[in-house]
Design a binder for this molecule. Structure first.
Ligand code: 3NM
Length: 213
């Protein structure tokens, strides 16, 4: 199961996530921009618009990605992932279970699962998932309901517990701290604000995130 996810990332450690409200861009525009700079796997995340609007916005984004050879993971919504034939879904603790999503989307879909503690991450290894996400690593203003940060030590403990399961770190990760996060054991970093919060050096920071090795 897990090979699709790591294959889709190629040589980059970056798993960028869209945010229409931070970026001021549509999901399709963000996907186009991210592919331009070298992203190969992108998550579409929408926490404000209702499902109908998310579906309408996600459809052109999936088409852009398909045209340009990148993969799209839909946050939370198995129904939207299925309807759009997206490459997979990212689930939170309170979404449909990975087992149910696997039954709906089939064996080729990439299924990721958010965890916020060592115990949750351990449980996730028994589930039909392609990667486990742990977070927040550091404090973040992006997710209002974020749990207490697990820190780099917590991340290292999760790494140990997961064995070969691909591990995504999320929450407060920037071009400055990506090195410490990868060193503590993350295979991949998922990032929102460091990509979309405009700054003079945005492009430089994103390229640093993408090209970190
Ligand atoms: N999930 P930023 S933290 C979407 O802990 C999300 O599971 C988290 O945004 C978790 O890169 C988070 O701006 C926010 O910190 C990530």
């Amino acid at each position: 199961m897990s090979s699709n996810f790591m294959q889709a990332l190629g040589s980059t450690h970056l798993y960028p996530i869209t945010d229409q409200h931070l970026s001021g861009l549509s999901h399709a525009e963000q996907v186009d921009f991210l592919i331009d700079i070298g992203a190969t796997l992108i998550q579409l995340r929408e926490k404000i618009d209702p499902p109908l609007r998310f579906f309408e916005q996600a459809e052109p984004a999936v088409l852009v990605a398909r045209d340009r050879g990148a993969k799209i993971i839909i946050n939370d919504r198995v129904d939207i992932a299925l309807a759009l034939k997206a490459d997979g879904v990212h689930l939170g603790q309170e979404d449909l279970s990975p087992d149910a999503a696997r039954r709906i989307l089939g064996s080729d879909a990439i299924i990721g699962f958010s965890t916020h503690s060592l115990e949750q991450a351990r449980l996730a290894t028994q589930m039909p998932v392609d990667y486990v996400a742990i977070g927040p690593i550091f404090s973040t203003a992006t997710k209002q309901s974020a749990n207490p940060p697990v820190g780099l030590d917590g991340l290292a403990r999760v790494r140990e517990a997961l064995g070969g399961m691909p591990l995504v770190a999320i929450g407060g990760i920037t071009s400055e701290n990506i090195g410490s996060v990868v060193k503590a054991g993350a295979d991949v970093v998922a990032v929102i604000s460091d990509i979309w919060v405009p700054a003079n050096d945005s492009l430089i920071r994103i390229k640093r995130l993408l090209n970190y090795s």
